[in-house]
Design a protein around this ligand. Structure first.
Ligand SMILES: [Zn+2]
Length: 535
């Protein structure tokens, strides 16, 4: 009887279940299955995807109906490796953005202009310079900055975040606690931990962080991004939580927390997955090495070039250097295992082949299997045997296709590593062919999935190149998998959250994918961005 009653209710209820929003005449990449023409949304979820005539029956008197005239629809992009606050601080003007400077001269001009608009003795903070794109091919130095800013303390962080340049006044105001080989006082250059400790003393306020997040979220919507796996510091976690509580956080943020905070999380009994559909605790992040740009990614064979401005020799970073591992293997093993044993997903930043070996050893020691979905971030100088090992241990490759901007003849990676290793770097094709799960992210360099997809599809070396569909998969469902969310996000199918975007062009037929415009962005069934400001 009870069953009959339930069936009775279901048959009564189904015909009146109409959609809030219906999209039709679209070219929909569902990602999980075939293309579709139409989809129906109710509340924050997709209720149906299919052909126009199948979906039309979900229309009711209050349904908002949109004819897309053949435009392309994708799931909202999920950026699997982001630093939103850092990008947002540039968007909000807290940092001067130097990423577009095409020469040292141009970068210094930008700094000079900012200095002129800034009251004397106030800080001028910049980010994003990249000497590998400049004809001068040399780092910014203290002397460069002293010339244009004798009365302002200036600090400029390199695009990779692993090096910064400070002028004399900045070094006077904040004393440097240097670790071996990480500070060249004459040149005003600081690396790694020494640089990060220095920056800690120049922290933005909570209010500035919240403003940066809101600016970053607006940018995300313009780029078609509806979810990110962020690398979040405690003050960022605080800001995200506050914004979510006042219902202003219109982005799904997975908070990946640096390993130094592990014991606090363990003590609280928190683990990966704690949270809700907007703010959720992600992985514990370890740094196994630095970056190729900063010349401290850990390699098994030495760097080929001289650093543009050499750091003191004999400290592991001069000519013929192998870069640097940040942990003793036994320490990395112990810490990774501790996080693993307490229910945390692990993400290990490992760029050089020696760092990737260290990461794989630590993950194997912890007992990694596919069920744990541990991740290696960047995994740049990846060998065939390492790819095979990742497959065995079920490790996800969380890679940044936009890093290919530094690969190819005459580019940074070739300069640093030589042509042979340049051809080995970022092997997305091999990763997929080996059956390793691939997630794409941007690392904010720049924050732009379409640019990343463009790079992956047009990569300089065959082992790097993937198809448009594969690249989209890695930036949607692949990233969702890396966040244990493939049942919620990453594809357009019934039951999933209604996060999707409308593009000006189909990437499969576009001459330049990076120039495609995002026309609309929907989050949880609500339009959060329209190129014509129609929201
Ligand atoms: Zn990063």
């Amino acid at each position: 009887m009870l069953q009959l009653a339930i069936y009775g209710i279901i048959t009564l209820v189904i015909p009146v279940l109409t959609a809030d929003l219906l999209i039709f005449n679209a070219n929909i990449y569902t990602v999980s299955s075939r293309r579709a023409q139409a989809l129906a949304v109710r509340d924050d979820k997709i209720v149906a995807v299919g052909r126009n005539e199948e979906i039309r029956k979900f229309a009711g008197p209050k349904t908002q109906i949109e004819d897309l005239h053949g435009k392309t629809v994708l799931p909202g992009f999920i950026d699997a490796h982001m630093h939103l606050v850092s990008v947002g601080l540039r968007e909000s003007g807290y940092y001067l953005d130097l990423s577009q400077a095409r020469s040292l001269r141009e970068a210094l001009e930008l700094v000079r202009a900012r200095v002129q608009q800034t009251e004397k003795s106030q800080w001028v903070l910049g980010r994003g310079w990249d000497e590998s794109r400049w004809p001068e091919r040399c780092y910014i130095t203290r002397a460069d900055l002293d010339k244009i800013a004798p009365d302002h303390p200036v600090v400029l962080v390199r695009v990779c975040g692993h090096i910064l340049c400070a002028n004399s006044l900045a070094l006077q105001k904040i004393s440097v606690t240097s670790r071996a080989g990480e500070f060249d006082e004459a040149l005003g250059l600081l690396r790694e931990e020494t640089a990060w400790d220095f920056l800690k003393k120049l922290q933005p306020s909570d209010e500035q962080i919240r403003a940066a997040i809101l600016a970053g979220v607006r940018l995300a919507h313009r780029l078609g991004v509806t979810a990110i796996h962020d690398i979040a510091k405690p003050e960022h976690v605080r800001a995200y939580t506050v914004l979510h509580q006042v219902q202003q956080l219109k982005l799904r943020v997975r908070l990946n927390v640096e390993a130094q905070h592990l014991e606090h999380l363990v003590a609280l009994g928190l683990r990966t997955g704690f949270g809700n559909e907007f703010v959720k605790l992600g992985a514990i992040k370890f740094f196994a090495d630095g970056s190729i740009g900063a010349r401290n990614a850990a390699l098994s064979k030495p760097y080929r070039d001289l650093t543009p401005v050499p750091f003191p020799k004999g400290e592991g970073l001069g000519e013929r250097s192998l870069g640097k591992l940040n942990y003793e293997q036994s320490d990395l093993n112990r810490l990774v295992k501790r996080a693993h044993d307490h229910g945390f997903q692990i993400m290990i930043h490992a760029i050089g082949d020696r760092a990737i070996d260290a990461a794989l050893e630590a993950l194997a020691y912890a007992g990694a299997t596919a069920a744990h979905r541990h991740r290696i971030e960047h995994a740049e100088l990846l060998s065939d045997s390492q790819i095979a090992r990742m497959r065995e241990l079920g490790i996800i490759a969380s890679m940044q296709p936009n890093f290919l901007q530094w690969s190819g003849p005459g580019k940074l990676y070739e300069m640093r590593l030589g042509p042979e290793r340049d051809a080995q770097i970022d092997p997305h094709r091999k990763v997929l062919d080996a059956g390793v799960q691939l997630a794409f992210g941007s690392d904010g360099m720049p924050f732009s999935p379409l640019y990343g997809i463009h790079c992956a599809v047009n990569a300089p070396h065959p082992s790097q190149r993937v198809s448009v569909e594969e690249a989209i998969h890695a930036y949607t469902l692949g990233a969702a998998y890396a966040g244990f969310e493939e049942n919620l996000l990453g594809s357009l199918e019934p039951g999933k959250l209604a996060d999707f975007i409308v593009l000006s062009e189909d990437p499969a037929h576009s001459k330049n994918i990076s120039e495609i415009k995002i026309e609309k962005t929907y989050l949880a069934g609500q339009r959060v961005f329209g190129y014509d400001n129609s929201i």
